[in-house]
Design a protein around this ligand. Sequence first.
Ligand code: PGA
Length: 262
Amino acid sequence: MEIIIRQDADAASHAAARVVARLVREKPNAVIGLATGSTPLMLYRELVRMHKDDGLDFGEISTFNLDEYVGLEKEHQQSYHSFMWENLFSQINIKPENVHIPDGMAADIPASCAVYEQAVIDAGGIDLQVLGIGSDGHIGFNEPTSSFASRTRIKTLTQQTVADNARFFDGDESKVPPPCITMGIGTIMDARMNLMLAFGEGKADAIAATVEGPVAAIMPASILQHHPSAKVFIDEPAASKLQLADYYRWVYDGKPEWQADA
Ligand code: PGA
């Protein structure tokens, strides 16, 4: 794991955006896994800026989103379909047919999950997966005790995630659908690179456990310790409980120029 600590969320997001942009330039038909929530917003804003100002071209890029609520129509304001179109897709030149988001309204959810997994395979696998992390350590909606071998499937949110996400639903926990579809941890681990973002003190415990704790299903993100190419971009508050923070800073600051955005 590479831990990149930046002064604030903006600087960390910009550093992460440079990694995504480098992939898009080197592999114009790359397959990118995307996340929702507050955390990736600044990353998406920077990618939109790079598209508008620098001509970053998403014309042949394909995307797969991590998750979706079960029971929300695509048009629902809080569906992850709406989130992605509002915050990224409507502002870049991605082709709608290259966008993949789990269907929370599928009549046959297990069948639609199998189709989603096959679509990832048919696209050639995910080159780079963007991840947030839940305060309970989830990646995607793989809540604590999710199998490390899991594939896209239905899950039930923890009460903590329901409480965390109520802010998007007028602060009303009863409006947050507990069932969701999420890419599995096995699917996430198959991505060629994982790029995690985490900001704020509320993520400090989960980040410390993920990076420096034991690998255990109770802390799903800890499986990234076994990933050959995982980068964790965090701000100072999210880094505040890391034992080796000074080491991570020293490594990043000493990177040679040619490695800087790799
Ligand atoms: P957040 O969610 O970005 O809204 O904090 C992160 C997550 O649940 O993965």
